[in-house]
Design a protein around this ligand. Structure first.
Ligand code: WT7
Length: 634
């Protein structure tokens, strides 16, 4: 187990040490894990290429650290509690010993299907224990998992499968989500019909058991492939810097890129941050409401809790099914002590009314957390008063897919809180604020673009198959710094407040969506010539998606046209990227070099048209008034 900070004084001491001597600091943490072979060198790096290696030469298997090393002391302890969507189904409790057996068995099944170290495996599954088992089974044999959120469309999955050249897809029959029964396997059928030649087999887990079409020779049932397989499987030793997983995420330009995380550093950082931020104690029941399809689920549903030997709850359903009291019901029934969710969920449940919380007894709760987007004042206070009863610290954890783990966050019960602030960097994290010229802004009570000056163990290593894109996106904007894409404020006490993205990325309900991606999708809709997408403030989602669209012909049936746009986006990306507003416009404001002036479009979307700044340098300034005018009717 990594070391756990116990007081604010100790935090400051440890932090200072981690900056003065990062290698000694991480060396000490890494030693607490099981390694097959020790590392020769703790860190080798440059941000120029970039090339970052942690625990160089070390060999390990992360699942030995998640499972095997706990068997003696925690074999009978529950590792995972599964709360199904459907209240009529029973919750499942899986002990460390059982989970070890299930992971080994499925790992043996994958091996029997010819999956080898380094192979890429696409996992497209609902929130069931088998999703975690599939992830861990890949890691057990050194295969690289690429989990794709089960809400993404066939086109999106297909793109990701092709990019990573996956040889196997693991999926489920159906996804039971609220009142819906979503055909998940059917999406894979459609995706594979778009020419994913690398895929040999599809392994299908039976979740709901509803009827399904299987393709002879390609599709295999999970229960068949595990039949007769042993519940022990020697873990494959991998190199510290071998790839553990790929996770696709959106950026300002182009298609989503595959963020690559490697074995050793990710393991060390994941456990250290989980333990310290949540101040884990024996007997805790920890619940993170994210989906394993996002980085939060990877790091803090699967790897972090298991590495720390904790008990983690996984929930299949949605916060509002069968009613808006579901989260509180689950906390009460399973005696959850640490609860980690997103501001968007808090806002939605707050909007549903206090009656869903009244009468609930949640004395087990000790610590609350939020992640994914800036939390607003009202939601913070509601969470603190109605859920935490003002006795549970709220950890506002800032981090990203690319950072692998939490970066700026309070330590629960240790760091004095300020509502809506992510507060202080975790040990080993060296943030800084930079101005538009790339100069570091010193001192407090300042604002700038958030960068990180020094590598931490789970920093992104590359973007899959395109290292140059990784360099360009994160390491080229500011020399010798990792650029986060976020703007932030450092207050008078040196506390950080994350303001939000400064690039063309929209944060919708804590999900990252690239404007370029949505535009590409919209442009495929019938009668669309060109489009521009911006974010605007949304009461529940944090940000909504506002699309300006130029059409090839005058539109008579506007409702049908808009439906066509939404359907196309759903087909190309998934329902999470559907625009909230579609406005038909005669043109888009452009600079003389042809770049869309999003600043103006953002202002109009916000409904703030009084001060649009200087528009005289535009190629087509007249279009601004036309857009303003049609907003009223459109
Ligand atoms: C972006 C990363 C980290 C897991 C979930 C999202 C925003 C994240 C916070 C926070 C304000 C936050 C940032 C960041 N973000 N956490 N506590 N306060 N903003 O991961 O999809 O990679 O998105 O989410 O804008 O850059 P992601």
């Amino acid at each position: 187990m990594t070391t756990q900070i116990r007081s604010l004084e100790e935090y400051h001491k440890v932090y200072a040490h981690s900056v003065a001597n990062p290698e000694a600091f991480w060396d000490e943490q890494a030693r607490t894990f099981q390694w097959r072979k020790p590392w020769r060198e703790t860190l080798r790096w440059n941000f120029r290429e970039p090339k970052i290696k942690w625990f160089v030469g070390g060999k390990l298997n992360i699942t030995e650290n998640c499972l095997d090393r706990h068997l003696e002391t925690r074999g009978k302890q529950v590792a995972m509690i599964w709360e199904p969507n459907d209240l009529k189904r029973k919750a499942r409790k899986i002990t460390y010993k059982q989970l070890h057996g299930l992971v080994c068995q499925f790992a043996n099944a994958l091996k029997a299907q010819g999956v080898k170290k380094g192979d890429r495996v696409c996992i497209y599954m609902p929130m069931t224990p088998e999703l975690s088992i599939a992830v861990l089974a890949c890691a057990r044999i050194g295969a690289i998992h690429s989990v794709v959120f089960a809400g993404f469309s066939a086109v999106s999955v297909s793109d990701r499968i092709k990019d990573a050249q996956c040889s196997i897809v693991i999926t489920s029959d159906f996804n039971s989500r609220g009142p819906k029964n979503i055909p998940v396997k059917q999406v894979i059928d459609e995706a594979l019909a778009m020419g994913c030649d690398s895929v040999r087999n599809v392994i299908v887990h039976q979740n709901t058991g509803d009827a399904l079409k299987m393709t002879e020779g390609r599709d295999l049932w999970w229960h068949d492939v595990v039949k007769g397989k042993r519940k022990s499987c020697k873990a494959t030793a991998v190199d510290s810097e071998d790839e553990l997983f790929i996770l696709y995420t959106s950026g300002s330009t182009g298609k989503p890129k595959g963020v690559v995380h490697t074995q050793g550093g990710y393991m060390v950082y994941c456990e250290y941050t989980f333990r310290n931020v949540f101040q884990i104690q024996e007997g805790d029941v920890y619940w993170c409401t994210a989906d394993v399809g996002w980085i939060t689920g990877h790091s803090y549903i699967i790897y972090g809790p298991l590495l720390a030997g904790a008990t983690a709850l996984m929930f299949e359903g949605i916060p509002t099914y069968p009613d808006a009291g579901r989260f509180w019901d689950v906390i009460q029934r399973h005696k959850v002590s640490i609860f980690y969710t997103a501001p968007t969920a808090i806002r939605a449940l707050m909007a549903a009314g206090d009656q869903w919380v009244k009468g609930r007894r949640m004395p087990s709760l000790r610590i609350l957390g939020t992640v994914g987007e800036p939390i607003n004042d009202e939601a913070w206070h509601w969470y603190n008063e109605k859920i935490g009863k003002k006795r549970c610290p709220i950890v506002d954890t800032w981090w990203q897919t690319e950072t692998g783990g939490m970066m700026i966050s309070p330590l629960a019960g240790i760091t004095p809180l300020k509502p809506c602030l992510a507060t202080l960097p975790l040990p080993g994290v060296q943030p800084c604020l930079v101005d538009a010229n790339g100069h570091e802004i010193e001192g407090n009570d300042v604002e700038g673009m958030l960068c990180i000056k020094f590598p931490w163990p789970s920093i992104i290593r590359t973007t899959y198959g395109d290292h140059e894109r990784c360099r360009q996106t994160y390491f080229a904007t500011f020399k010798d710094k990792y650029f986060t894409g976020d703007g932030a404020r450092r207050d008078v006490d040196g506390y950080y407040r994350i303001i939000g993205r400064v690039d063309d990325v929209i944060n919708v309900s804590g999900h990252r969506i690239g404007t370029a991606e949505v535009e590409d999708a919209i442009n495929k809709a019938p009668m669309v010539v060109e489009s521009a997408v911006v974010g605007f403030p949304h009461d529940i989602k944090g940000q909504g998606i506002y699309a300006y669209v130029i059409t090839s012909v005058p539109i008579a049936d506007v409702a049908a046209f808009k439906k066509g746009v939404l359907d196309t986006v759903t087909k190309e990306i998934g329902p999470i990227a559907k625009p909230d507003v579609v406005q038909i416009v005669p043109g888009l404001p452009k600079t003389r070099s042809g770049k869309i002036m999003r600043r103006i479009l953002r202002k109009i979307a916000e409904g703030d048209t009084s001060n649009l700044g200087d528009t005289t340098t535009l190629l087509n300034p007249e279009v601004v008034d036309e857009i303003k005018a049609s907003r009223l009717v459109g």
